[in-house]
Design a protein around this ligand. Structure first.
Ligand SMILES: [Zn+2]
Length: 457
């Protein structure tokens, strides 16, 4: 029934002041980037609750005072707003839409199923930006906007998969006007269905309007800061992207990383106060951005990506720990990162993530702090491996790995060894060796945790 809601029909909406919402939505960073701790969904939950209260008060007020067309008193008294520019950036896991208005827009959000859509209702708006500025991309395959009759306008964003808004708010521009910022993220089918179900499209018989019950549906409470130390264990490659292959056995890298990831997650989960989860549990393809998004959605405090690549020089062997850097520490690191970053292209995904201006907003702010933690973890891992298992010379290296780009989660990429080296290949396939390496990694994580707790991080 919800799926049949008249999305483009001219139904009137109860609107609320968007600034009620923006005061309540948790924000951090100058452009409202949602960071890990501000992410826990509770902010959205309470915002939704207050909005419900606000809606009913407005509803009541209107019932008593406004005999004419609803919403008119709120929205249609002046000239229409002008949406003078717009932009969109992101990928198949996370997409940001920004629309600039000359005045402060009130807005409401709905989710509609089959196909998955997000509906943004606005007061009367003239859309004055070129269509290609808001061409569908990332999570959205179709974006439409236009007038909905007197006093209202609507945007309809049709998604490629179940989707949720983790941020929807109006922010004041430094220069002219206001911007509506929508941050969409992939979500599960179940979560999307919940959002559709939780919102009320009920017609109020007396008023002939629908009440706008909440802004974001029932925000699922993402893993909060509950004292549990959470680690996302990422088995490199998968599905169509097999990664490297063993020199002798031809075993694909994706199998080795998955087997190791399972052992590591089990060992981490055996520790008290620690929870580990896998970004993939089986032989499926994940884009690099999906890996990062899954880590964030799982509330990860750490992200560990596991690999076992090949090198041209077959004599090189041993483990390497990588952290993110825009300038590679050495040529080998640069080449490896370039190859790993090809994963998305191999599977036919675009790695173009949009105009740098917007992409930077998503990546930049928390980076520096996070970087210090990533390096600290890398050192712990090297320290734990040292003398116990083979390490490459200069075992802590850095390069521009896409999968390490979570701005808010300390991340390392671990090359367990090289499938191009016969001795390493043997070890990588050896259960006892994997067990030992996983144990040493757990030690490093536990020490890192103790240190970061002591340091207040
Ligand atoms: Zn790899």
């Amino acid at each position: 029934m919800h799926g049949d809601a008249p999305v483009l029909a001219g139904d009137r909406q109860l609107v609320y002041k968007a600034n009620h919402a923006s005061n309540l939505t948790l924000r951090s960073g100058q452009d409202g980037m949602v960071r890990k701790n501000a992410y826990a969904g509770q902010g959205l939950m309470s915002a939704a609750r207050v909005l419900r209260a606000v809606s009913s008060v407005i509803l009541l007020g209107l019932a008593l005072a406004v005999p004419g067309p609803l919403g008119a008193s709120e929205t249609a008294t002046d000239d229409p707003l002008l949406a003078f520019s717009a932009r969109i950036a992101g990928d198949d896991a996370r997409t940001r839409v920004v629309v600039d208005f000359d005045g402060e827009p009130q807005f409401s959000v709905h989710y509609v199923a089959a196909p998955e859509r997000i509906i943004i209702d606005l007061p009367a708006t003239a859309f004055g930006f070129p269509a290609h500025d808001l061409a569908a991309r990332g999570l959205f395959k179709d974006i439409r906007y236009g007038a909905m009759g007197e006093g209202s306008a609507r945007m309809v964003l049709t998604a490629i998969r179940p989707v949720k808004l983790v941020l929807a708010e109006v922010q004041k521009n430094e220069g002219q006007g206001y911007r509506l910022v929508l941050d969409a993220e992939m979500t599960t089918k179940e979560d999307f269905a919940e959002r559709v179900k939780a919102q009320t499209w009920v017609q109020s018989a007396a008023l002939g309007v629908k009440s706008m019950q909440d802004m974001t549906g029932t925000a699922t409470v993402d893993a909060a800061n509950d004292g549990i130390f959470t680690i996302a264990v990422d088995a490199g490659h998968g599905g169509i992207d097999a990664g490297a292959a063993g020199l002798r056995t031809k075993t694909p890298e994706k199998d080795i990383t998955l087997a190791f990831a399972k052992v590591l997650a089990d060992k981490l989960n055996a520790q008290s106060g620690v929870k580990a989860f896998l970004t993939r549990r089986n032989d499926t393809f994940l884009s690099l951005s999906e890996r990062v998004t899954l880590a964030r959605q799982g509330g990860a405090d750490l992200f560990i990506s596991l690999h076992a690549d090949t090198l041209g020089q077959k004599n090189i062997r041993g483990a390497t720990v990588y952290t993110l850097s825009d300038t590679a520490s050495d040529r080998m690191a640069a080449a490896l990162a370039a190859r790993e970053n090809l994963s998305d292209e191999l599977a036919g995904y675009s790695i173009d993530s949009g105009p740098p201006e917007v992409a930077d907003i998503l990546l930049d702010l928390a980076r520096r702090e996070t970087q210090a933690f990533s390096i600290s973890l890398a050192r712990r891992v090297v320290g734990s491996f040292d003398g116990q298992i083979g390490l490459i010379n200069n075992p802590h290296r850095a390069a521009g790995f896409q999968v390490l780009r979570a701005p808010d989660i300390p991340s390392i990429l671990l090359e367990l060894g090289f499938l191009s080296n016969e001795e390493d290949e043997k070890l990588l396939l050896d259960e006892a060796w994997r067990d030992k390496v996983a144990t040493l990694l757990v030690d490093a994580v536990i020490r890192y945790r103790a240190q970061s707790v002591a340091g207040g991080g």
